[in-house]
Design a protein around this ligand. Sequence first.
Ligand code: ZN
Length: 321
Amino acid sequence: MRFTFLVAASAAAILSATAAAQTIDRDQALTDLRILSADDMDGRGTGTEGAERARAYISGRFEEIGLLPAFEDFEHGFTYQRQGASHDGINLVGYIEGTADSDTVMVVTAHYDHLGNCGGQICNGADDNASGVAALLAVAADFVANPPEHDIYFAALDAEEVGLRGAAALVEDFPVDLDRLALNINFDMLGYQEENELPAAGAFHYPFLRERVDRAAVADPVHIIQGYDSPEWGEHGDWTYSSDHGPFHRAGIPFIYYGVDFHQYYHQPTDEYEVMTLDFFLGATQTVLNAVRLFDSELDAVREDRDAARSARPTKPGMGQ
Ligand SMILES: [Zn+2]
């Protein structure tokens, strides 16, 4: 009996070691990056036909991967006000059901919109943020093949470049009660970095995330730098509200934002597939998959830590409540 038990235990250990070492489909990730940043997407400006073509491609990939629609279908339409006019945006949101007996969920985000046509040239936005969407697709595909413990939502967001509007709308209309949402992991710019440095922001606000981010396996050639989330990083170095994690943070949802620092191609027509550092992109995509795996396995503890941090927050004197 003991022998049988040992065999079963080591089989389980082998299975879990395999599950921890899932690898992304590198060819598919490069294909997604290349297609989403191609000229015929016309820079994916929100509200344009280019953005519509990008959406058709992404929802096709959601379908192919096997995500379930988070709304009536993958589309989450919203309106926002900007410069005295009303505009429409469309997020794409799918999810994977978790295997554990838990109602705690996570959301992985990456914006698919970019600047469109800038000054007569196409701003393709390969790094910003075809790279994040390609990584999101790679992570989603891996979780369909190896199911998560918790429900994970995957949101390709619109209207980030005009003020994080898609993220704000999704926080408003989130498919489940926000109390169940323990974490947002946001990808924005994973495609270009000469020094192989990948910042991970968020632990300044949610210190219980720091050790977990450190513990998630980092794939070559990437080095993680935790920070960029407090005033000490300077005027352009505090990214607390610089991308789609901002509206989640404002709603009290812990976040980790993975994305590179500003560079010479940032918001330029030269942000194209041809100049991406592809080894870094693939390493970063594998790294964020490892992180999402680790956070899925500890998501209930993250939620408890979140609630403990909320109740420990001192009430300001004279604030009424
Ligand atoms: Zn971006």
